[in-house]
Design a protein. Structure first.
Length: 204
């Protein structure tokens, strides 16, 4: 029997109170869609076989917002994390793990820091922070908004509401949606310890 074709689906409410509106395939979220979770979190982006996969924006009820690449419900690739205070991080993830070099900007975008695996290493110039963002192929975050007009990606074009910025590091989102037609609530954001300041090693 041939698989069911991708189709537009009207809003559906699960028994847990989550609401999904978007495309489905084989009764699973697949393609472009928006899921409003019962805890107040919202994911607007691409799905594959019932999971967040591709470019998307995950906005938490407390105002935290992460926009970037996802794979099987995990942050995977480059992205930007926005804080309510206005601070912003540009980083790269592999299966939810923050890896490699990144950059952090102050709320006023007049100070910047180098990140390594999500940890602060040292203060750097704005030019160096912009260079890191360019290497990651991510735009330098603007002041006062997250990404009212997300960039176009191969996974599909997105148009999202303006993102409220947030104050705490982005929590891991490992199981934002179960496979299948029924939707699942997003896990509550976990409290994470503040970033550790680490001195860079000096080669001799």
């Amino acid at each position: 029997m041939p698989p069911k074709a991708t189709k537009k689906d009207k809003s559906r409410m699960s028994k847990d109170g989550d609401e999904y509106e978007g495309e489905t395939k084989n009764d699973k979220r697949h393609g472009r869609g928006v899921c409003k979770f019962s805890d107040g979190a919202v994911y607007d982006g691409m799905w594959k076989a019932g999971k967040m996969d591709g470019f998307g924006i995950y906005r938490m009820a407390d105002g935290d917002a992460y926009e970037g690449q996802w794979k099987a419900n995990k942050k995977d690739g480059t992205g930007t994390y926005h804080y309510a205070s206005g601070r912003a991080d540009v980083t790269r993830h592999e299966a939810d793990a923050n890896v490699g070099e990144g950059a952090r900007w102050s709320a006023e975008r007049d100070m910047a820091w180098r990140l390594s695996g999500g940890d602060v290493v040292e203060e750097i110039s704005l030019e160096e922070a912009a260079r890191i963002a360019e290497l990651l192929n991510v735009a330098v975050p603007s002041i006062g908004n997250g990404s009212a007009e997300p960039p176009r990606h191969s996974g599909g074009d997105l148009t999202a509401a303006a993102i409220t910025l947030a104050t705490e590091p982005a929590p891991n989102v490992n199981d934002c949606g179960r496979e299948g037609a029924e939707l699942a609530p997003a896990p509550a954001p976990a409290a994470l310890a503040p970033a550790r300041v680490r001195r860079p090693s000096v080669e001799t």
